[in-house]
Design a protein around this ligand. Structure first.
Ligand SMILES: Nc1ncnc2c(CN3C[C@H](CSc4cnccn4)[C@@H](O)C3)c[nH]c12
Length: 227
């Protein structure tokens, strides 16, 4: 079983429209859609915004639905200057920029018995690169940082870039990476840029959420054909 996760309903809708939904299961204040696509069994859900909600959904996908690969599709704020609105980025690693135990001598993003960075699955990244080549689509790869805040400040964005080397910013991937690392389930995350994460990002976000969600969804569905 392949799991497909998003954070917002707007990110999931363009995927749901393209798959054959067989059943809907309500669980833990989420709706899980059991579907098939390209003769593959998939379960889809949006978690709601933020790392805790994302962790709940990722855990349920694994524990209740037995997913063996978890793929995330959605939008993100750009940190790297070469990322423009509508561009795609695949996460090589994810982290949580709002974890701070530095007073105890730990690095930003570190929690004891855990790790700062969680690797995304190299096989799925390779498939994404193959699909991008086939479709002639530019696909950036990089570290994506998550935190429970919508970043709309150049100063904050630059700090996250300096401390974590992140190329993009969002609010769920780091939590999903932590869950999949703990359960040893392959994790892949694709995001399309919706804003610059600087002053005024909220306006861009509202304007480009739907369009960028479709960019990510379309690419993810192409990937599903190759998995
Ligand atoms: N600059 C940014 N910083 C942090 N995260 C992001 C994202 C990615 N998603 C979108 C959404 C913003 S919060 C939200 C959205 N709409 C209504 C309420 N909250 C949240 O799920 C994280 C895109 N740009 C980002």
């Amino acid at each position: 079983m392949i799991g497909i996760m998003c954070a917002m309903v707007e990110e999931l809708e363009p995927i749901l429209e393209q798959v054959e939904v067989k059943d809907k299961i309500h669980h833990g204040n989420n709706t899980y859609y059991l579907a098939s696509f390209d003769n593959k069994d998939i379960v889809l859900a949006y978690s709601k915004i933020g790392k805790v909600n994302a962790a709940i959904t990722a855990t349920a996908m694994i524990e209740k639905f037995g997913v063996e690969k978890l793929l995330f599709s959605g939008v993100a704020g750009a940190i790297d200057e070469d990322l423009k609105i509508g561009d795609l980025i695949v996460a090589t690693e994810v982290c949580q920029h709002d974890i701070d135990l530095t007073v105890f001598g730990y690095k930003h993003g570190f929690i004891p018995e855990s790790q700062i960075f969680f690797d995304c699955d190299s096989n799925l990244i390779n498939i994404a690169e193959h699909v991008a080549d086939k479709l002639g689509i530019k696909l950036k790869k990089g570290i994506i940082a998550s935190g429970d805040q919508f970043v709309h400040s150049k100063e904050k964005k630059e700090w996250i870039k300096e401390v974590f080397g992140a190329s993009a910013i969002e609010m769920e991937g780091g939590a999903v990476g932590c869950v999949t690392w703990n359960y040893q389930v392959p994790f892949f995350m694709l995001r399309a840029i919706s804003d610059t994460a600087e002053e005024g990002a909220g306006v861009d976000f509202d304007a480009f959420l739907e369009e960028s969600s479709k960019v990510s969804a379309k690419f993810l569905l192409e990937m599903l054909k190759e998995i």
